[in-house]
Design a protein. Structure first.
Length: 436
Protein backbone atom coordinates (compact mmCIF):
# COMPACT_ATOMS: atom_id res chain seq x y z
CA UNK A 1 0.00 0.00 0.00
CA UNK A 2 1.09 3.56 -0.74
CA UNK A 3 2.55 5.45 2.23
CA UNK A 4 0.56 8.50 1.20
CA UNK A 5 -2.64 6.48 1.03
CA UNK A 6 -2.04 5.19 4.54
CA UNK A 7 -1.05 8.62 5.89
CA UNK A 8 -4.14 10.41 4.57
CA UNK A 9 -6.74 7.64 4.83
CA UNK A 10 -8.34 9.58 7.72
CA UNK A 11 -8.30 12.83 5.71
CA UNK A 12 -10.42 11.96 2.67
CA UNK A 13 -10.36 15.56 1.43
CA UNK A 14 -6.57 15.31 1.13
CA UNK A 15 -6.57 11.75 -0.21
CA UNK A 16 -9.01 12.57 -3.02
CA UNK A 17 -6.95 15.63 -3.92
CA UNK A 18 -3.82 13.47 -4.27
CA UNK A 19 -5.71 10.94 -6.38
CA UNK A 20 -7.10 13.64 -8.66
CA UNK A 21 -3.65 15.22 -9.05
CA UNK A 22 -2.16 11.87 -10.02
CA UNK A 23 -4.90 11.58 -12.65
CA UNK A 24 -4.20 15.15 -13.75
CA UNK A 25 -0.56 14.28 -14.47
CA UNK A 26 -1.65 11.47 -16.80
CA UNK A 27 -3.86 13.90 -18.66
CA UNK A 28 -1.10 16.49 -18.91
CA UNK A 29 1.26 13.84 -20.27
CA UNK A 30 -1.32 13.09 -22.96
CA UNK A 31 -1.63 16.82 -23.69
CA UNK A 32 2.16 16.97 -24.21
CA UNK A 33 1.96 14.10 -26.74
CA UNK A 34 -0.84 15.97 -28.53
CA UNK A 35 1.34 19.09 -28.61
CA UNK A 36 4.22 17.10 -30.13
CA UNK A 37 1.90 15.71 -32.82
CA UNK A 38 0.57 19.19 -33.66
CA UNK A 39 4.12 20.53 -33.94
CA UNK A 40 5.17 17.55 -36.07
CA UNK A 41 2.31 18.09 -38.53
CA UNK A 42 2.71 21.89 -38.37
CA UNK A 43 -0.99 22.44 -37.68
CA UNK A 44 -2.54 25.80 -36.81
CA UNK A 45 -3.07 27.61 -33.53
CA UNK A 46 -6.42 25.90 -33.04
CA UNK A 47 -8.38 23.00 -34.48
CA UNK A 48 -9.29 19.35 -33.99
CA UNK A 49 -6.88 17.11 -32.05
CA UNK A 50 -5.23 14.64 -34.49
CA UNK A 51 -6.90 11.21 -34.33
CA UNK A 52 -9.37 12.46 -31.71
CA UNK A 53 -12.27 14.17 -33.55
CA UNK A 54 -14.21 14.66 -30.30
CA UNK A 55 -11.42 16.88 -28.91
CA UNK A 56 -10.48 20.45 -29.83
CA UNK A 57 -7.30 22.38 -29.08
CA UNK A 58 -6.14 25.97 -28.99
CA UNK A 59 -2.87 27.63 -28.01
CA UNK A 60 -2.78 30.63 -25.68
CA UNK A 61 0.19 32.59 -24.42
CA UNK A 62 2.70 29.97 -23.28
CA UNK A 63 0.27 27.06 -23.14
CA UNK A 64 -2.18 24.69 -24.79
CA UNK A 65 -5.77 23.90 -23.86
CA UNK A 66 -7.71 20.78 -24.86
CA UNK A 67 -11.48 20.55 -24.56
CA UNK A 68 -13.43 17.34 -25.04
CA UNK A 69 -16.36 15.16 -24.02
CA UNK A 70 -17.94 15.57 -20.60
CA UNK A 71 -16.87 19.23 -20.71
CA UNK A 72 -13.31 18.10 -19.98
CA UNK A 73 -10.80 20.99 -19.95
CA UNK A 74 -7.08 20.17 -19.83
CA UNK A 75 -5.05 23.38 -19.75
CA UNK A 76 -1.26 23.51 -19.39
CA UNK A 77 1.33 26.27 -19.54
CA UNK A 78 4.67 24.86 -20.70
CA UNK A 79 6.88 25.60 -17.71
CA UNK A 80 8.89 22.41 -18.36
CA UNK A 81 9.70 20.12 -21.28
CA UNK A 82 7.37 17.35 -20.09
CA UNK A 83 4.31 19.48 -19.40
CA UNK A 84 4.10 18.14 -15.84
CA UNK A 85 3.86 21.49 -14.04
CA UNK A 86 0.36 22.03 -12.65
CA UNK A 87 -1.42 25.37 -12.43
CA UNK A 88 -3.80 25.13 -9.44
CA UNK A 89 -6.49 27.24 -11.10
CA UNK A 90 -6.29 25.34 -14.40
CA UNK A 91 -6.65 22.19 -12.30
CA UNK A 92 -9.67 23.44 -10.34
CA UNK A 93 -11.30 24.65 -13.56
CA UNK A 94 -11.16 21.10 -14.88
CA UNK A 95 -12.51 19.67 -11.62
CA UNK A 96 -15.54 21.97 -11.49
CA UNK A 97 -16.28 22.13 -15.23
CA UNK A 98 -16.83 18.36 -15.63
CA UNK A 99 -20.47 17.63 -16.50
CA UNK A 100 -20.44 14.13 -15.02
CA UNK A 101 -17.34 13.74 -12.88
CA UNK A 102 -15.84 10.33 -12.20
CA UNK A 103 -15.76 9.15 -8.58
CA UNK A 104 -12.41 10.79 -7.63
CA UNK A 105 -13.39 14.22 -8.99
CA UNK A 106 -16.91 13.91 -7.56
CA UNK A 107 -15.55 13.07 -4.10
CA UNK A 108 -13.07 15.93 -4.24
CA UNK A 109 -15.93 18.30 -5.13
CA UNK A 110 -17.93 16.85 -2.22
CA UNK A 111 -15.22 17.50 0.36
CA UNK A 112 -13.81 20.71 -1.13
CA UNK A 113 -16.73 22.36 -2.99
CA UNK A 114 -14.87 25.66 -3.47
CA UNK A 115 -11.90 26.17 -5.78
CA UNK A 116 -10.28 28.28 -3.06
CA UNK A 117 -10.35 25.36 -0.63
CA UNK A 118 -8.53 23.13 -3.12
CA UNK A 119 -5.93 25.83 -3.77
CA UNK A 120 -5.52 26.39 -0.03
CA UNK A 121 -4.83 22.70 0.55
CA UNK A 122 -2.38 22.62 -2.36
CA UNK A 123 -0.47 25.56 -0.86
CA UNK A 124 -0.29 23.71 2.46
CA UNK A 125 1.30 20.69 0.76
CA UNK A 126 3.84 22.66 -1.26
CA UNK A 127 7.30 22.10 0.15
CA UNK A 128 6.49 18.52 1.11
CA UNK A 129 4.40 16.54 -1.37
CA UNK A 130 4.65 19.26 -4.03
CA UNK A 131 7.48 21.55 -5.07
CA UNK A 132 8.67 24.23 -5.03
CA UNK A 133 7.50 25.58 -1.69
CA UNK A 134 6.64 29.08 -2.85
CA UNK A 135 5.36 29.25 -6.40
CA UNK A 136 2.05 29.74 -8.17
CA UNK A 137 2.56 26.52 -10.14
CA UNK A 138 3.95 23.26 -8.77
CA UNK A 139 5.04 19.70 -9.56
CA UNK A 140 4.39 16.46 -7.73
CA UNK A 141 7.46 15.50 -5.68
CA UNK A 142 9.43 12.78 -7.51
CA UNK A 143 10.25 11.26 -4.13
CA UNK A 144 6.72 9.84 -4.12
CA UNK A 145 6.64 8.66 -7.74
CA UNK A 146 5.55 5.15 -6.73
CA UNK A 147 2.74 6.65 -4.67
CA UNK A 148 1.49 8.76 -7.57
CA UNK A 149 1.42 5.66 -9.77
CA UNK A 150 -0.42 3.71 -7.07
CA UNK A 151 -3.01 6.45 -6.54
CA UNK A 152 -3.59 6.80 -10.26
CA UNK A 153 -4.36 3.08 -10.59
CA UNK A 154 -6.36 2.60 -7.38
CA UNK A 155 -9.99 1.45 -7.65
CA UNK A 156 -11.95 4.43 -6.31
CA UNK A 157 -14.91 2.21 -5.46
CA UNK A 158 -12.90 0.54 -2.76
CA UNK A 159 -12.40 3.91 -1.06
CA UNK A 160 -15.98 4.95 -1.70
CA UNK A 161 -17.38 1.80 -0.11
CA UNK A 162 -15.00 2.05 2.81
CA UNK A 163 -16.12 5.61 3.55
CA UNK A 164 -19.82 4.94 3.11
CA UNK A 165 -20.16 1.64 4.92
CA UNK A 166 -19.31 2.85 8.42
CA UNK A 167 -21.40 5.71 9.83
CA UNK A 168 -19.06 6.22 12.74
CA UNK A 169 -16.18 6.55 10.30
CA UNK A 170 -18.17 9.09 8.30
CA UNK A 171 -18.90 11.13 11.43
CA UNK A 172 -15.25 10.97 12.40
CA UNK A 173 -14.17 12.16 8.96
CA UNK A 174 -16.61 15.08 8.97
CA UNK A 175 -15.52 16.08 12.44
CA UNK A 176 -11.91 15.97 11.27
CA UNK A 177 -12.81 18.12 8.27
CA UNK A 178 -14.39 20.75 10.51
CA UNK A 179 -11.23 20.76 12.66
CA UNK A 180 -9.12 21.24 9.53
CA UNK A 181 -11.25 24.20 8.43
CA UNK A 182 -10.97 25.87 11.84
CA UNK A 183 -7.22 25.30 11.83
CA UNK A 184 -6.93 26.96 8.41
CA UNK A 185 -8.86 29.98 9.70
CA UNK A 186 -6.01 30.69 12.11
CA UNK A 187 -3.42 31.05 9.35
CA UNK A 188 -1.72 34.43 9.14
CA UNK A 189 -2.42 36.52 6.05
CA UNK A 190 -5.39 34.36 5.07
CA UNK A 191 -6.88 35.77 1.87
CA UNK A 192 -10.49 37.02 2.10
CA UNK A 193 -11.49 34.59 -0.67
CA UNK A 194 -10.02 31.69 1.31
CA UNK A 195 -11.68 32.97 4.48
CA UNK A 196 -15.08 33.05 2.74
CA UNK A 197 -14.62 29.56 1.27
CA UNK A 198 -13.69 28.12 4.67
CA UNK A 199 -16.51 29.76 6.61
CA UNK A 200 -19.13 28.74 4.03
CA UNK A 201 -18.28 25.11 4.76
CA UNK A 202 -18.35 25.29 8.55
CA UNK A 203 -21.28 23.89 10.51
CA UNK A 204 -24.07 26.44 11.09
CA UNK A 205 -23.16 27.01 14.73
CA UNK A 206 -19.46 27.56 14.07
CA UNK A 207 -20.22 29.63 10.98
CA UNK A 208 -22.36 32.11 12.90
CA UNK A 209 -19.71 32.43 15.64
CA UNK A 210 -16.89 33.11 13.16
CA UNK A 211 -18.97 35.61 11.16
CA UNK A 212 -19.96 37.60 14.25
CA UNK A 213 -16.35 37.70 15.39
CA UNK A 214 -15.28 39.14 12.03
CA UNK A 215 -17.83 41.98 12.01
CA UNK A 216 -15.71 43.95 14.49
CA UNK A 217 -13.15 45.19 11.99
CA UNK A 218 -14.02 46.87 8.68
CA UNK A 219 -12.06 44.92 6.09
CA UNK A 220 -12.58 42.39 3.30
CA UNK A 221 -13.01 39.52 5.79
CA UNK A 222 -15.87 41.50 7.31
CA UNK A 223 -17.43 41.75 3.85
CA UNK A 224 -17.01 38.01 3.33
CA UNK A 225 -18.65 37.32 6.69
CA UNK A 226 -21.50 39.64 5.75
CA UNK A 227 -22.06 37.85 2.44
CA UNK A 228 -22.35 34.56 4.30
CA UNK A 229 -24.73 36.07 6.88
CA UNK A 230 -26.92 37.38 4.06
CA UNK A 231 -28.62 33.97 3.95
CA UNK A 232 -29.26 34.04 7.71
CA UNK A 233 -32.58 35.56 8.78
CA UNK A 234 -31.24 35.95 12.31
CA UNK A 235 -28.29 38.10 11.27
CA UNK A 236 -27.33 40.71 13.93
CA UNK A 237 -28.77 43.90 12.42
CA UNK A 238 -27.52 46.22 15.17
CA UNK A 239 -23.88 45.31 14.56
CA UNK A 240 -24.27 45.66 10.80
CA UNK A 241 -25.90 49.09 11.07
CA UNK A 242 -22.97 50.02 13.31
CA UNK A 243 -20.59 49.10 10.47
CA UNK A 244 -22.57 51.27 8.04
CA UNK A 245 -22.18 54.31 10.29
CA UNK A 246 -18.39 53.83 10.45
CA UNK A 247 -17.80 53.60 6.69
CA UNK A 248 -15.60 56.36 5.30
CA UNK A 249 -15.00 56.86 1.54
CA UNK A 250 -11.60 58.40 2.28
CA UNK A 251 -10.53 55.32 4.21
CA UNK A 252 -12.48 52.28 3.01
CA UNK A 253 -12.80 50.46 -0.32
CA UNK A 254 -16.17 50.98 -2.11
CA UNK A 255 -16.61 47.19 -2.20
CA UNK A 256 -17.13 47.28 1.57
CA UNK A 257 -19.77 49.99 1.31
CA UNK A 258 -21.51 48.12 -1.50
CA UNK A 259 -21.59 44.90 0.52
CA UNK A 260 -22.99 46.51 3.68
CA UNK A 261 -25.58 48.61 1.83
CA UNK A 262 -26.67 45.66 -0.30
CA UNK A 263 -27.23 43.62 2.86
CA UNK A 264 -29.32 46.31 4.57
CA UNK A 265 -31.28 47.48 1.51
CA UNK A 266 -32.32 43.91 0.72
CA UNK A 267 -33.86 43.93 4.21
CA UNK A 268 -35.41 47.36 3.71
CA UNK A 269 -33.32 48.72 6.58
CA UNK A 270 -31.61 52.11 6.95
CA UNK A 271 -32.55 53.13 3.40
CA UNK A 272 -31.72 56.83 3.64
CA UNK A 273 -28.39 56.21 5.37
CA UNK A 274 -27.54 53.58 2.73
CA UNK A 275 -28.37 56.02 -0.08
CA UNK A 276 -26.22 58.68 1.56
CA UNK A 277 -23.36 56.16 1.85
CA UNK A 278 -23.64 55.04 -1.78
CA UNK A 279 -23.59 58.65 -2.96
CA UNK A 280 -20.55 59.41 -0.83
CA UNK A 281 -18.59 56.44 -2.16
CA UNK A 282 -19.60 57.25 -5.73
CA UNK A 283 -18.42 60.85 -5.20
CA UNK A 284 -14.95 59.45 -4.49
CA UNK A 285 -13.76 59.67 -8.08
CA UNK A 286 -10.27 58.25 -7.49
CA UNK A 287 -9.92 55.37 -5.03
CA UNK A 288 -6.50 54.74 -3.52
CA UNK A 289 -4.61 52.22 -5.65
CA UNK A 290 -6.74 52.84 -8.73
CA UNK A 291 -6.89 55.40 -11.52
CA UNK A 292 -10.60 55.91 -10.85
CA UNK A 293 -13.47 54.36 -8.92
CA UNK A 294 -13.56 50.57 -9.61
CA UNK A 295 -17.09 50.28 -8.20
CA UNK A 296 -18.81 52.95 -10.30
CA UNK A 297 -21.08 50.42 -12.00
CA UNK A 298 -21.85 48.34 -8.90
CA UNK A 299 -22.77 51.40 -6.82
CA UNK A 300 -24.96 52.71 -9.64
CA UNK A 301 -26.75 49.40 -10.12
CA UNK A 302 -27.48 48.99 -6.41
CA UNK A 303 -28.84 52.55 -6.18
CA UNK A 304 -30.86 52.08 -9.40
CA UNK A 305 -32.39 48.93 -7.91
CA UNK A 306 -33.61 50.66 -4.73
CA UNK A 307 -33.90 54.33 -5.71
CA UNK A 308 -34.27 54.77 -9.52
CA UNK A 309 -34.15 58.56 -9.41
CA UNK A 310 -30.79 58.69 -7.61
CA UNK A 311 -29.64 55.56 -9.39
CA UNK A 312 -29.87 57.25 -12.78
CA UNK A 313 -27.52 59.97 -11.58
CA UNK A 314 -24.95 57.38 -10.55
CA UNK A 315 -25.51 55.39 -13.76
CA UNK A 316 -24.77 58.45 -15.89
CA UNK A 317 -21.58 58.88 -13.91
CA UNK A 318 -20.68 55.20 -14.47
CA UNK A 319 -21.22 55.59 -18.21
CA UNK A 320 -18.58 58.31 -18.13
CA UNK A 321 -16.26 56.55 -15.67
CA UNK A 322 -12.48 56.45 -16.04
CA UNK A 323 -12.68 52.74 -15.16
CA UNK A 324 -13.05 50.75 -18.40
CA UNK A 325 -14.93 47.80 -16.86
CA UNK A 326 -17.50 50.15 -15.29
CA UNK A 327 -18.11 51.81 -18.65
CA UNK A 328 -18.43 48.49 -20.46
CA UNK A 329 -20.78 47.04 -17.83
CA UNK A 330 -22.92 50.19 -17.75
CA UNK A 331 -23.05 50.33 -21.54
CA UNK A 332 -23.95 46.63 -21.68
CA UNK A 333 -26.82 47.23 -19.23
CA UNK A 334 -28.15 50.02 -21.45
CA UNK A 335 -27.78 47.80 -24.53
CA UNK A 336 -29.64 44.96 -22.79
CA UNK A 337 -32.53 47.38 -22.04
CA UNK A 338 -32.46 48.76 -25.61
CA UNK A 339 -35.28 51.27 -25.22
CA UNK A 340 -35.47 54.86 -26.48
CA UNK A 341 -34.42 56.31 -23.14
CA UNK A 342 -31.45 53.94 -22.64
CA UNK A 343 -30.21 54.57 -26.17
CA UNK A 344 -30.56 58.32 -25.64
CA UNK A 345 -28.38 58.02 -22.53
CA UNK A 346 -25.70 56.28 -24.61
CA UNK A 347 -25.93 58.83 -27.42
CA UNK A 348 -25.60 61.68 -24.94
CA UNK A 349 -22.26 60.27 -23.75
CA UNK A 350 -20.97 60.60 -27.31
CA UNK A 351 -22.64 63.96 -27.90
CA UNK A 352 -21.11 65.54 -24.80
CA UNK A 353 -17.72 64.27 -26.01
CA UNK A 354 -16.88 62.61 -22.68
CA UNK A 355 -14.44 60.21 -24.34
CA UNK A 356 -12.89 62.27 -27.11
CA UNK A 357 -9.49 61.52 -25.55
CA UNK A 358 -10.35 57.95 -24.55
CA UNK A 359 -11.03 55.76 -27.62
CA UNK A 360 -11.26 52.59 -25.52
CA UNK A 361 -14.23 53.73 -23.41
CA UNK A 362 -15.77 55.28 -26.51
CA UNK A 363 -15.67 51.86 -28.19
CA UNK A 364 -17.75 50.39 -25.35
CA UNK A 365 -20.46 53.05 -25.79
CA UNK A 366 -20.49 52.54 -29.55
CA UNK A 367 -20.69 48.75 -29.15
CA UNK A 368 -23.78 49.18 -26.97
CA UNK A 369 -25.47 51.29 -29.63
CA UNK A 370 -24.53 48.84 -32.36
CA UNK A 371 -26.27 46.06 -30.44
CA UNK A 372 -29.62 47.85 -30.68
CA UNK A 373 -32.58 46.46 -32.63
CA UNK A 374 -33.13 50.00 -33.92
CA UNK A 375 -31.35 50.54 -37.25
CA UNK A 376 -30.92 54.30 -36.83
CA UNK A 377 -29.35 53.76 -33.39
CA UNK A 378 -26.91 51.23 -34.86
CA UNK A 379 -25.99 53.66 -37.63
CA UNK A 380 -25.47 56.48 -35.11
CA UNK A 381 -23.00 54.29 -33.25
CA UNK A 382 -21.24 52.96 -36.33
CA UNK A 383 -20.49 56.50 -37.55
CA UNK A 384 -18.78 57.29 -34.27
CA UNK A 385 -16.58 54.23 -33.83
CA UNK A 386 -12.98 55.41 -33.21
CA UNK A 387 -10.52 54.69 -35.99
CA UNK A 388 -7.90 51.99 -35.60
CA UNK A 389 -4.51 53.17 -34.50
CA UNK A 390 -1.96 53.52 -37.31
CA UNK A 391 0.97 51.24 -36.47
CA UNK A 392 4.58 51.96 -37.28
CA UNK A 393 6.51 49.51 -39.46
CA UNK A 394 8.13 46.70 -37.41
CA UNK A 395 6.41 47.98 -34.26
CA UNK A 396 6.46 45.47 -31.40
CA UNK A 397 3.66 45.02 -28.88
CA UNK A 398 0.12 46.37 -28.72
CA UNK A 399 -1.58 49.17 -26.85
CA UNK A 400 -4.45 48.46 -24.45
CA UNK A 401 -6.88 50.03 -26.92
CA UNK A 402 -5.64 47.78 -29.75
CA UNK A 403 -6.21 44.70 -27.59
CA UNK A 404 -9.70 45.94 -26.65
CA UNK A 405 -10.54 46.69 -30.29
CA UNK A 406 -9.41 43.22 -31.40
CA UNK A 407 -11.50 41.45 -28.74
CA UNK A 408 -14.41 43.89 -28.56
CA UNK A 409 -17.13 41.67 -30.03
CA UNK A 410 -16.41 38.75 -27.71
CA UNK A 411 -15.85 40.99 -24.70
CA UNK A 412 -19.08 42.92 -25.14
CA UNK A 413 -21.07 39.75 -25.76
CA UNK A 414 -19.71 38.42 -22.46
CA UNK A 415 -20.75 41.61 -20.65
CA UNK A 416 -24.25 41.44 -22.18
CA UNK A 417 -24.61 37.94 -20.74
CA UNK A 418 -23.18 39.08 -17.42
CA UNK A 419 -25.69 41.95 -16.95
CA UNK A 420 -28.76 39.78 -17.55
CA UNK A 421 -29.03 39.06 -13.82
CA UNK A 422 -28.49 42.75 -13.01
CA UNK A 423 -31.26 43.70 -15.42
CA UNK A 424 -33.66 41.17 -13.91
CA UNK A 425 -33.28 42.93 -10.53
CA UNK A 426 -34.39 46.33 -11.87
CA UNK A 427 -37.93 47.70 -12.04
CA UNK A 428 -37.96 49.21 -15.53
CA UNK A 429 -41.42 50.72 -15.08
CA UNK A 430 -40.20 52.76 -12.12
CA UNK A 431 -37.12 53.84 -14.06
CA UNK A 432 -39.22 54.87 -17.08
CA UNK A 433 -41.47 56.91 -14.78
CA UNK A 434 -38.44 58.82 -13.48
CA UNK A 435 -37.20 59.48 -17.03
CA UNK A 436 -40.57 60.87 -18.11
Amino acid sequence: MSKLYKKYSNEPWTLWLLICLSRQIKRQSWLKSVHDKIMEKDLGESGIVPNHPEWEYYYHGMGLCLTGPNNEVIDVDFHDEDGLTIDPYFFTTRIFELSEPDIPEARLRHWLPEAELIVLLIRNLQGSLFSPRRSHVFRLNKKYQADWEYLNEIDPLSIEEGNASDREELKKNHKGFQKWLLKELKRRNLRPLSFEAIVKNLSDEKQAHVCLKNLKKIDHKMAAALKILSTNNAAPMKEIVGILKKLNPNKHHPYLAHTVCNFLLNRDSERELCFETLRAFSDKRVVKGYSGNPYDYDLAHLMLKHSPNEGLTLLRRALRSSTPDSVESSAALMAAIDEDWSNQELMQVLNDRSFDENPTNRRYIVSALMNSKNKSVREFGQERMPSSRVREENEIGFTFDEVVEHNLDDSFTMHLEKVKKDLSELNLEEIRAVII
